[in-house]
Design a protein around this ligand. Sequence first.
Ligand SMILES: [Zn+2]
Length: 285
Amino acid sequence: MAQSLRSMSDLRGKVQTVMGLIEPSQLGRTLTHEHLSLSFESCYVSPSPEDKALSKASIELKNLHWLQQHPYSHRENLLMGQEYEAVREELLSFRKNGGGTIMAKETGVNVIAGAGFYVDATHSEETRKMTVEKLTDIIVSEVRYGADGTEIRCGVIGEIGTTWPITESEKRVLRATAHAQTELGTIIDHGELLEFARMGSFLEYDLFGTEVLNYHLAFLIGEGYEDRLLIAHDIHTKHRLSKYGGHGYSHILKNIVPKMLSRGITQNQVDKILIENPKQWLTFK
Ligand SMILES: [Zn+2]
């Protein structure tokens, strides 16, 4: 497919979904960090000797609890790319539960793709050899031309990640991300400290549904940061899809929002976090 250049003036004031440009007002309730299809095999963790058999067993209810504790030690669990039908069904249900944006025409949900490079373990040999300038060019072209040789253009930069200690390749990616952001007027995906909020970044709380993190939404709202909060699940393994007994993409709308309301967060504040803040973040400046 021939790729054509998206002009910066076309992007300004719009949101770029995989189907094309839309008005920010068309976003609706938006999950700002989900995966619909991916292989996470590069992050496989070898199981302990006593867990070897379980790590190869098929995904069934009786192994679900083990999977929840060791999601990365089961190869099949990391292959979410095989789940087209299950993900499609989930998106239809997200739509039915009042969701507006994560994508795809047939499900009626907008999808916005992310550009850029994740943690070192996922970098190819080729990526590791690239200069900051080359990495910047790739990120910018994923937004302006299309990603991976397609005409599908990204609407945001992310997911970007670093490990500790940070590697040379990750440092180059971070620099390239900053350069690309300046060039494009997009905002990068993550910021997890109050310092960032004070500087004007959005704080996105994801991994909702895994019960491994303690969230402080009410606290942050009380501290005056309701304009800076985003929430999502970051689903990236099979066991978190409804098909395998997981919470699915509608968990926040169905279960978390009522809890937020019962803890004194107002409907207006919930709408800010799910509609208004993503709109501000995803609109090209
Ligand atoms: Zn992610």
